[in-house]
Design a protein around this ligand. Structure first.
Ligand code: SAH
Length: 432
């Protein structure tokens, strides 16, 4: 069946959401909110349908020229053809809608915050390698589209990718599966990780020499041995040049970052976000604070500068190791990092004093047992940092049914030109 659709919204994975004139919801790729399109229904479900785009009948007023020269199939970003103000409005609306629909909260949210660095902000790129192509997978596939340029990854990482493409061709290397490139703010320190099943790569010493002589700020080159296709990184790292970490700064604090540890990917928005966390936490000298899902201790160390004591909880061992070293590096002593799953560790602390709890879970949000433990610990404020508004909305519903109120919601444009949106939420305990 052929239908005419008005595209009214986007899904979390960047698909257009269209409506037919009789109100049927239809999902389809390659269109933007505000477009009117002709599409062919390919799957009809009870409450919605999926369709294939046939033709854009009229373009959204917010469409702009796409300056990216990598082929359009690249799945790296969703919004290169959507004006920046329209992206921001869409993200604000998405957060507000989810909080209303899932959390039952009809509240004002703050205007989304963003930085001046709207392009080339990503300090980490994970590129897939197949034959001679190195880049992001095209949408819904495992075929990388060779990255000619990239408007969201750091410029230096794009230059390094180009050089790596040349060198792998020149030396006939075909057993690298993925490449991770990380750079610190201002590109002062760079890490390159070649992810491969084999411990031996022919001519790797020549590649290392040439890469480092062209990019002297590369401080770390690592072979990561990974035979498990379900995960990106394997357990074994072999340092083939320099160190097994790079240093970066967030404001005045210095952090060691390893290949497998999490680090926020947009340096300028991270600073705005951490300021928001600190403002919402409003820590007093005597406060005992928990930072759950603490990564390499970034938020913990900022909290520790104000609190009496901070406990960080994190499941990845290497991150906990980095966090402990980072505390030392910054001469911060009132912080303790505990390794393990939040859902296993936190319930053991339910009888301990907790004034403020910060949570920053992965996309799937918090386990119910983590939220239950927080409610029992009864901190006066919970600051929830989230990269997924759908799971945030689900968890806020639970918190608001358990003696907490949402005071502030601050969306942040951490992932410009993609559909993703970060949020920091302030929750306070009722009858304080
Ligand atoms: N707050 C940190 C890290 C946030 S990312 C920062 O701002 O940099 C989320 C972190 O949660 C990751 O480091 C991940 O390893 C960790 N994590 C994931 N599942 C977890 C769990 N069940 N328990 C504890 N930590 C977990």
């Amino acid at each position: 069946m052929i239908v005419k659709l008005n595209i009214v919204d986007m899904t979390d994975d960047g698909r257009g959401i269209g409506k037919t004139s009789d109100g049927l919801t239809v999902f389809l790729d390659s269109c933007l909110p505000g477009d009117t399109v002709k599409a062919k229904i390919i799957r009809r479900k009870k409450n919605y349908a999926e369709a294939e785009l046939l033709e854009i009948l009229s373009h959204s007023n917010d469409r702009i020229d796409n300056n990216c020269i990598t082929p359009a199939e690249c799945g790296g970003c969703d919004f290169m053809e959507y004006s920046y103000p329209a992206q921001l409005r869409l993200k604000e609306k998405k957060v507000k809608d989810l909080l209303s629909r899932i959390s039952n909260l009809d509240i004002e949210i703050d205007d989304i915050k963003y930085s001046n660095m709207k392009y080339n902000y990503r300090n980490k790129s994970i590129l897939h390698v197949k034959n001679k192509d190195i880049g992001y997978f095209s949408k819904n596939s495992h075929n990388p589209i060779d990255m000619v340029n990239c408007l969201i990854n750091s410029r230096i990482s794009v230059e390094i990718k180009k050089e790596i493409s040349k060198l792998l061709n020149r030396y006939g290397i075909d057993n690298i599966d993925n490449i991770l490139i990380r750079n610190s703010k201002n590109d002062e320190e760079i890490m390159v990780v070649f992810i491969t099943k084999d411990k031996k790569l022919k001519n790797i010493d020549k590649i290392v020499d040439q890469l480092v002589s062209k990019f002297p700020n590369i401080k770390s080159i690592i072979l990561n041995i990974n035979k498990d296709r379900r995960r990106l990184l394997g357990k074994e790292d072999i340092v083939i040049y320099g160190r097994n970490y790079i240093n970066d700064y967030i404001k005045d604090l210095k952090f060691k970052i390893s290949p497998e540890t999490f680090f926020q990917i947009n340096p300028e928005v991270t600073e705005i976000m951490y300021d928001t966390v600190l403002k919402y936490a409003d820590i007093k000298d005597n406060d005992i604070v928990y930072d759950i899902y603490s990564g390499i201790g970034t938020i913990s160390l900022f909290l520790a500068q104000k609190a009496k004591k901070v406990y960080g909880i994190e499941v990845v061992k290497k991150s906990v190791d980095n966090a402990k070293e980072n505390a030392k590096l910054n001469n911060i002593e009132n912080v303790e990092f505990l390794m393990g799953k939040a859902e296993e560790i936190l319930p053991k602390f339910t009888n301990e004093k907790a004034d403020i709890i910060v949570i920053d879970p992965p996309r799937k949000g918090c386990e119910r047992s983590v939220l239950d433990a927080i409610v029992k610990m009864a901190p006066r404020t919970v600051v929830y940092v989230s990269c997924n508004p759908a799971t945030l909305a689900r968890d806020l519903k639970i918190m608001t049914e358990n003696n907490y109120s949402v005071e502030r919601v601050q969306p942040l444009d951490m992932f410009s030109h993609t559909v993703h949106v970060e949020n920091v939420v302030k929750l306070t305990r009722n009858n304080n």
